[in-house]
Write a protein that binds this ligand. Sequence first.
Ligand SMILES: [Mn+2]
Length: 327
Amino acid sequence: MSEDRSPSFLDLDASRLDQADAAVVPIPWESTVSYGTGTAHGPRAVLTAGPHLETFDEELEVDLRDLLRLATLNPLGPERGERPPAYLPRLRDSVAALGLAPPFPIFLGGEHSITAAVLAGLRPSHEDLTVVHIDAHADLRDEYEGSPHNHACALRRVLDLGIRRLISVGIRSCEAEEFAMARTDERIETHYAHDLQEPALFDQLLKDLRTLEGPIYLSVDIDGLDCTLCPATGTPQPGGLGWYEVLAILRATIRESAAELVGADIVEVVPMAGSQVNEMVAAKLAFKILAYRFAPRENRPASLPLRLDRGPAAAVSPHQIGDREGP
Ligand SMILES: [Mn+2]
C-alpha cells in the first residue's frame, strides 16, 4: 500500500497549509525500535481512525468543525533504507521548510526519536521552551544499542537542544543512571507513575501544570498510558495513566494554564490485527489536544474541572428518590 497520500484526519481539511489553523503531520519513522515493531504503520492507522470520531466534543460543548481548519500533510517518512544520521537532520529541515507553529502542528509517529528533530525544525531557539512529556520510559539514555538516535534517548536529545524545562509524567521504567540524571539535572521534573497513584500527588501535579507559562511542547509516547489503551506498542509497561488522568493532565497544561501550546507529538503508536484500540486511542488523543487548544476558554471554567454540580444525580434530592416507588 502506498504511503504517499494520507487519508485526512477528521473532515476539517483546509486545502492549503497557509489557510489552516492546525496541521497533522504523519511521520512513519521506524528504525531503532528495540522490541515490538510496527510503529511505521502508526500514523496511517491513526489517520484512518480519525474520520470515525465525532467532531463534536461533549465535554467542551464545541464542534471542531466550527473551531478550526485542519490540514493533513503528506508523510515525512524516510527514503528506503535511510538511517538515523541521514534521516533525522532531513526531517528537521523538512519540518522547518513547512513553516509551522502557526499553524499548530500535531506530529504522528513513528518512533520517539522524531521529537528532537521535529523540535529543532519547529523553533530556532529552545531556551524558553517547556516540554511536557508523557511516557512509561524516561528516555534519558545518552546512547542505546550503539546509537544516540535510539528511541530510548529521545528526551536526552531534546535536552541537548537547550530547552528550559522538561516535565516527565507517568514514568515507570528507567535505569539507575537515568534516575540519577532526572534527580540531579535541574531542568528535569519527573512524576513517576507509582507516585501518581497517590491522589494528593496527582492533584499537586495538576496544580503545578496550571502554573505553567510561556511556550510549551507536548510529547506523548502512547506507552505512557495504561497498556490496555495501547496493547500493541513496542515496549509496553504495566500500569500507566488512565484515560481521564491523561485528559486532566492535558486540560491543566493546555487549557487551565497561561502557557501557549506550540506543538505536540503522539509517538510509538502501533496498530494490530483484529483491534482498533491502539489507533483510536491515539486519534482521540489528537482530537482532545486540538479541542483543548482551540476551544474558547469561557466554555470551561478551570474551577469546575469535573462539573459534578451539573450531573443529573445532583438534582435529585433524597426526598425525590424516596418518592419513586417501583411499578
Ligand atoms: Mn516509552
